[in-house]
Design a protein around this ligand. Sequence first.
Ligand code: ADP
Ligand code: ZN
Length: 216
Amino acid sequence: MRWILLGPPGAGKGTQAALLTKKFNLPHIATGDLLRQAVREQTPLGLEAKSYIDKGELVPDNLVTNLVKDKLSNIDMEKGFILDGFPRNISQAESLDIFLDNNHKPIDAVIYLATEEQTIIQRLSGRRVCQSCEANFHIKNVPPKKEGICDYCGAKLIQRDDDKPQTIKNRIKIYNQKTKDLIEYYNKKNILKQVSGDLESDKVLALLQNFLKTGR
Ligand code: ADP
Ligand code: ZN
């Protein structure tokens, strides 16, 4: 199971990736999480990536692509993996294809979580993340047991800087300008599976499990 989760910010890529990787015991490669970790640790990558992330722009392709290749090189690609937030433009997709083709481990499916703008804004503006383990919550949809505290590790929940209104707008703009092209790119390869990202997360998960079983 080598899957890509594709969709606008707030489509639920991270949520589904977490559910699927837990269920199937697969590596979850989320470039956003990896980049934020690099920023926290102030690595050279993190220092370079920060200004892009804060503005809601894409971090330069070579940085992100190398990061992903490095992760993929360290896992058993035969067993599978879930890519979340990568690729985000055609150039990243082409680099990924070359890398996976060379390793004879092509992508089996690209799950496109088609999501309304209204849903996106509601989800992102209410999202809270654990500053330690990156677990996601939502003030209305998925509240933590204790306000402001992570259910899993007890650390503080914060609002991501890029979940503030102005940056949300820019992230949606960048998605429409660049990432959307990937729908056609993967559709042409006949590996695109569209699911509504507006549904609740357990419904989306059920559809994905059904797709895995039946191929439809
Ligand atoms: P979301 O999908 O909700 O926008 P992510 O956590 O995936 O959030 O990404 C947050 C930010 O990290 C992006 O706005 C961008 O700056 C950077 N980023 C993540 N993945 C990539 C990527 N594949 N290419 C370039 N930048 C990326
Ligand atoms: Zn936590």
